[in-house]
Write a protein that binds this ligand. Structure first.
Ligand SMILES: C[C@H](O)[C@H](O)[C@H]1CNC2=NC(N)=NC(=O)C2=N1
Length: 96
């Protein structure tokens, strides 16, 4: 369970301005990553899966060849929270 609160539109806008490549799609934080190969894409997912498990926060994601699509929301809170923003930042760090 989570005590996190859903971010306001203003908070979300501020967070997005610091998150390269991310946008809002269907009320979730959304980004598509593209890598040089399937192995690079899957390596990214493997590393990020360990981050997810240690945060207790899990992405909705999919992989097609060298692409990874991620959607983030906090199910327990019913919307986007600071945990989604934190996760997105870590995803960007791992992809760079
Ligand atoms: C008990 C457990 O930590 C919670 O159910 C966590 C697990 N991972 C989660 N991941 C996401 N994205 N949202 C959640 O609300 C969530 N809740």
């Amino acid at each position: 369970m989570s005590n996190l609160t859903v971010l306001s539109d203003t908070e979300l806008k501020e967070a997005l301005s610091q998150l390269s490549g991310w946008s809002i799609q269907s009320k979730k934080l959304h980004r598509k990553f593209e890598f040089k190969s399937f192995v690079k894409a899957f390596g990214f997912m493997t590393s990020l899966a360990l981050v997810a498990e240690s945060m207790g926060h899990h992405p909705e994601w999919s992989n097609v060849y060298n692409r990874v699509t991620i959607d983030l929301t906090t199910h327990d809170a019913g919307g986007i929270t600071s945990k989604d923003v934190e996760f997105a930042r870590k995803a960007n760090d791992l992809a760079s």
